[in-house]
Structures are given as C-alpha cells and as structure tokens.
Design a protein around this ligand. Structure first.
Ligand SMILES: Nc1ncnc2c1ncn2[C@@H]1O[C@H](COP(=O)(O)OP(=O)(O)OP(=O)(O)O)[C@@H](O)[C@H]1O
Ligand SMILES: [Mg+2]
Length: 378
C-alpha cells in the first residue's frame, strides 16, 4: 500500500507506524480473544475504537483471520447478511485454500455478486425472506466454526441492529453466537448509551456475554512523543510547548488531535510557530460554523446557556448544584435537568465516569466546544 503523504491520518488505518500507542488495549484484546472471550469495545465517539480493531487485525498471529464488518449502512437483517458475506469474501482472497472453500460456500447461497467499480472488491447481496436470511446467517457461522483457522469477527456500529424492523434480532443473534467456540466476536459501536444498554445492563440481550473494554484517551506522553517524532522525521521544527498546546486544545481526543496535526503538517511550513497552529485551529472552527449555528438555532435558550456553561467548564460533575447554577445563572435545577437530558439525547453532551466512579458531563464535539466557549456568557 502507498505511504500516506500526511502522517496524521484522519480516516482509516494504514499500519502501526501511523498509529499511536494502544499497546495495553491491543494486548488485552488479543488475550481475550485467544482465551475464548468475546469483547465489547465502548468509548465516547472518535476516540479510536475502529482504529484499534484495525490495529489488532494487523497484529493478529498467523493462525488467526480477522473479519471486519461495519453495519452502519444496513437497515435490516438482509443487509446484515450481505455485509457479513461481503466482509468474509474480502477478508480471505480466493487464491488461498480457505478462500476457495469460502467462495464455493458463499456461491452455494446464491447471492448476487458484483464488483465495486472503484476498488474492484467483491460485494454480495441477497433477496430473501426473514426465515431464510436467519438460516443463511446461521449456516455461515456454522461454516466458519468448522474451519481450521481461528476467526475473529468484529462487528462495528453494532447498535444498528436495534433499528432493524425484525423482532428480537438481538436475542436471536446472541443465541447463534454463544455456541461458537472457534469464532470470536468483537462488538463496537459509536452510540455508547445503546451499546451499554445492550451489554452492561442486566436487562440487555448481551448482558455478561462479553468482556467490556472501555477505551479511554491515549496517554498524553505517548501522544506527545508520537507527534514530535513524526514532525522530526519529516524535517519540520516544532517546540514541545506547541505540541502541548495543541493536545490541550484538542482535549487529547484522538480525532481532534489528528485533525489539528494533519492541518498543521499540511501547511508545508518547515518551522511551526504559535501563529501557524492557531490559524489552523481557527480555520477548523470557521469551516464548521454553519453547522454550529444550526445546532444553536435548534436549541432552546436554557439548553444553549447550559451548553455554553459546560463548554466553559470543560467537564462538569454537578450540573444541578447551587454553585454551578449560580455561577452561570441557569435557573432552577429542574430546568437544568431537562436541558441536560435533551442535550444528551441529541448527542451534544455525553456523560461518563471519572476514575473514582462519579458521573461527569462534557461536550461531544471538541470543535463545537471550542467554538461555543468563544461566546460570552450572558
Ligand atoms: N491510536 C491512534 N493513533 C493515531 N490515530 C488514531 C488512533 N486511533 C484512531 N486514530 C484516528 O482517529 C480518528 C478517529 O478514530 P476512529 O474512527 O477509530 O474512532 P471511533 O472511536 O471508531 O469513532 P466513532 O465512535 O465515531 O466510530 C481516525 O481518523 C483514526 O485514523
Ligand atoms: Mg468507529
């Protein structure tokens, strides 16, 4: 594969050179799947779940095969079957002996196989009734289970199955999966609250069926060194202070760190000073401004005031406390609570836990946070 020109990737995965740290997470994932444990990956958005799965697959031992299925675009079980089959065909080239077997098996299910005009990769699709679709998925699983290879299937954007019109798909899928020994599963999703409900609540269909691995921000020191090393390798001068400032601006949140570094690198400047990186940060906010104005117009005044207050604080642990409400003139605790719930529902705020187990709230989109905090508090 060609090397990326810009070493700070803002989509996809290339190889370990362009991937920062995640050593512990990768070891833990490997350990879980090698010991027969399925895993759920959870984190706030854009921290690096998908990247971690790709990194794990890159590092799988030779006797393992990784199959990555992104089901975000699927709308029903038939779509799921098509994606799964396509992912299997793409994971194992037809030339390999396992590939030959897989192709023969897949063709026996009579899918329509087409080739993507851009990538030339195969795509499978099916037109089936629900019972037949279920049967096909079960038989694919049984087929994989019988192979000499160890297989790990990562299903990304897994929360999507809760939107399928078919009833009880989650319970059915769990029953298919739980009898498998040679095939391991990794589930990941970007809608954390749905994933948590499915896997971590006693009422959830997948409760206790997997090890839940929460992905946090990358270690600051590791990220700092990664960035410094890439600028050095490319012959670009940048001080430790500027890297620290960029990490702070991006709240150490993977995607935003990658984004600002990518833009700074793309300026082509050989020596990065304060003005250069701040100008790039400003441009990033400007590019999104129409979207942000749109968010603002969708919010009620109490919601907007609360959002600004959270942006100014960064992290809020007691949003209904007298102190917080008083400082930002937010009205009554019940108003704040109502606004909080609707901001969470609309994914403008998220809640998570501090290391000592208490809940905190913060803004999802760091660019939105940086833009919002530039508004005066009224
Ligand atoms: N360890 C890493 N080092 C460098 N870049 C990374 C790393 N992990 C992820 N990235 C980059 O950060 C961005 C966001 O990562 P990714 O898409 O994996 O996040 P995600 O948690 O799956 O997001 P979402 O919740 O929206 O699905 C991507 O551009 C990816 O290339
Ligand atoms: Mg993802």
């Amino acid at each position: 594969m060609r090397k990326p020109e810009n070493p700070f990737l803002i989509s996809g995965y290339h190889c370990p050179d362009y991937f920062c740290d995640r050593k512990n997470e990768t070891t833990r994932l490997l350990n879980n799947i090698q010991n027969g444990q399925n895993v759920t990956l959870t984190s706030v958005r854009r921290i690096g779940k998908t990247g971690l799965i790709k990194h794990l697959f890159y590092n799988l031992p030779a006797e393992w095969k990784g199959i990555y299925v992104d089901i975000l675009a699927t709308e029903n079980l038939q779509g799921f079957l098509s994606m799964l089959t396509t992912a299997i065909l793409n994971a194992v080239p037809e030339k390999e002996s396992l590939g030959k077997k897989i192709w023969t098996f897949v063709k026996s299910m009579r899918p329509v196989i087409s080739f993507d005009p851009l990538t030339n990769l195969p795509q499978a699709s099916f037109e089936l009734r629900q019972v037949d679709t279920e049967m096909h998925i079960s038989s694919i699983m049984q087929f994989l289970e019988k192979q000499d290879f160890n297989i790990v299937i990562a299903i990304d954007e897994f929360q999507q199955i809760t939107r399928y019109p078919e009833k009880n798909i989650d319970a059915w899928l769990r029953s298919v999966i739980q009898h498998m020994i040679n095939v391991r599963f990794i589930f990941a999703g970007s809608q954390q609250h749905i994933i948590n409900e499915m896997f971590s609540l006693p009422s959830g269909p997948f409760y206790r069926s997997t090890a839940v691995l929460g992905i946090d921000k990358i270690d600051k020191c590791e990220y700092h060194n990664f960035i410094a090393e890439w600028f050095r390798r490319k012959g670009i001068g940048i001080t430790r202070e500027i890297i620290d400032d960029m990490l702070l601006w991006a709240c150490l949140h993977t995607y935003y760190v990658q984004l600002i570094c990518n833009r700074v690198f793309a300026t082509g400047q050989k020596k990065i000073n304060d003005n250069i990186w701040k100008e790039e940060a400003y441009k990033l906010l400007k590019e999104q401004e129409n979207i942000f104005f749109n968010y603002r117009s969708m919010l009620t005044n109490p919601q907007w005031q609360l959002l600004k207050a959270v942006a100014h604080e960064g992290v809020v642990t007691a949003p209904t406390s007298k102190d917080f409400i008083g400082r930002y003139k937010l009205g009554s605790p019940s108003t704040v609570l109502r606004s909080l719930n609707s901001l969470i529902k609309n994914e403008l705020l998220y809640s998570s836990f501090t290391t000592d187990g208490s809940v905190y709230y913060s803004i999802y989109d760091i660019l939105f946070r940086r833009w919002t905090e530039s508004f005066p508090l009224s």
